[in-house]
Design a protein around this ligand. Structure first.
Ligand code: SAH
Ligand code: SF4
Length: 393
């Protein structure tokens, strides 16, 4: 990818207004949706059917307006419109890279912003979503780690990112049609690899992912959802039991000494404790393989010895090792490992019998890498301000 590649950017200046007051139905579990309908006057006897109908309109057909829910009586639609809203986060900007990667900046209640990235590939389209604004953890190589945690996203804001991307990709089936009647999906996979530590926002992530997997809606298989954690050990078994999605772990080092520095949560739950939890995961969740993410940092974790130790450590765990060339950011304390070093490292792992894909940097022309979007946007804003100041505006 060259920097001269064409970039399209459109800033949406007219925000979709988030109404205040009425309850937002997006992000409620089916059980909670039933409760709020009953609390607001839906007869208990009808509640189950109403939940099914409303659920399908919202999550199968992407409808946001009660008036379009034509299998409900007009009077009931009017009642719903008075008491509830169907609201998702607002898209502030969208950039489309020459390679098709789409990067969105999304505004949530309170004016905070998170990033969402859509990565199209030949056989799939992956949406990378955020679970928190900022992060409480301080991994040394991660730009999000330099930003303070502002707050957890709600379940509605998490599933709302998926809904927003489906809007943008124009992927909702026509009312009456099934989710898979539209041909191959543009958005076929979700990865929780944007901002934040998903297992520090467990309930909201769980509820949002259960909505994504619900067969009468977005209907993504649990095998197409990957949750990435830095290693919040006590929540790993819960993830298997209550979500059952694929798991990725930010491993990044092969000794506690180095991992303590790179991924400081290691001081609380060290490599041995993490590996114990990971060993139990596939059985508990009935999933095949765990993805070990390993960011390649020059002279820090990229030696042949590290590669050999890595395969030794994960022995017996069905695994795939994802080597991530470090994405440098302004002021980052690390450098990306040289290309031949990364390849040598990959080779050792491959010869030990593991798949070891090197993650190709995507959307580099729009800085679509982890934690970089917001900083790039903030910089752009700052320079706009500076330009204005210079011009005496
Ligand atoms: N908090 C979770 C999920 C978000 S980070 C976690 O830590 O797993 C998603 C992935 O991007 C993690 O593997 C993280 O280690 C990696 N990552 C973060 N910053 C990066 C950078 N600058 N270059 C390459 N990978 C990075
Ligand atoms: Fe937080 Fe993950 Fe970044 Fe670590 S790598 S600071 S856990 S977002």
């Amino acid at each position: 990818m060259t920097n001269s590649a064409p970039i399209t950017q459109d800033v949406l200046t007219i925000p979709r207004k988030l109404p205040e007051g009425p309850t937002n139905l997006v992000g409620l579990t089916r059980a909670r949706l039933r409760e709020v309908l009953i609390e607001n006057g839906t007869p208990e006897k009808q509640a189950k059917m109403r939940v099914n109908q409303i659920w399908q309109w919202i999550y199968q057909w992407g409808v946001r307006d009660f008036a379009q829910m034509t299998n409900l009586s007009k009077a009931y639609r009017a009642e719903l419109a008075e008491k509830f809203v169907i609201a998702i986060p607002e898209m502030v900007s969208r950039q489309i890279s020459a390679d098709g990667t789409r990067k969105y900046l999304v505004r949530i209640a309170g004016g905070h912003e998170v990033e969402v990235v859509y990565i199209p590939e030949t056989d799939r389209g992956t949406l990378c979503i955020s679970s928190q604004v900022g992060c409480t953890l301080t991994c040394s190589f991660c730009h999000t780690g330099t930003q303070k945690l502002v707050r957890n996203l709600t379940a509605g804001e998490i599933i709302g990112q998926v809904m927003m991307a489906r809007d943008d990709l124009n992927e909702w089936p026509e009312p009456g049609k099934g989710t898979d009647e539209n041909g191959p999906r543009l958005l076929s996979n979700i990865v929780l690899m944007g901002m934040g530590e998903p297992l520090y926002n467990f309930e909201n992530v769980r509820d949002a992912m259960n909505i994504a997997m619900d067969g009468e809606g977005i209907s993504l298989s649990r095998r197409r959802i990957t949750l990435s954690t830095s290693g919040v050990v006590p929540e790993i078994a819960k993830t298997a039991q209550e979500i059952g999605c694929m798991l990725a772990v930010s491993f990044h080092a092969t000794t506690d000494e180095t991992r303590d520095k790179l991924v400081p949560i290691n001081k609380r739950w060290n490599i041995a404790a993490l590996l114990d939890a990971l060993r139990a995961y596939p059985k508990l969740s009935n999933s095949e393989r765990i993805t070990f993410e390993y960011v390649m940092l020059k002279d820090v974790n990229d030696s042949d010895e590290d590669a050999r130790r890595l395969v030794q450590l994960i022995k017996g765990i069905p695994a795939k090792i994802n080597l991530i060339p470090f994405n440098e950011w302004p002021g980052s304390p690390h450098e990306r490992s040289d290309w031949d070093r990364i390849q040598k490292f990959a080779d050792i792992i491959y010869k030990a019998g593991y798949a070891s894909p090197i993650r190709t940097p995507r959307g580099e022309d729009i800085m679509a890498a982890c934690g970089q979007l917001k900083s790039a946007t903030e910089r752009a804003r700052k320079s706009r301000k500076e330009i204005q100041a210079e011009a005496g505006l």
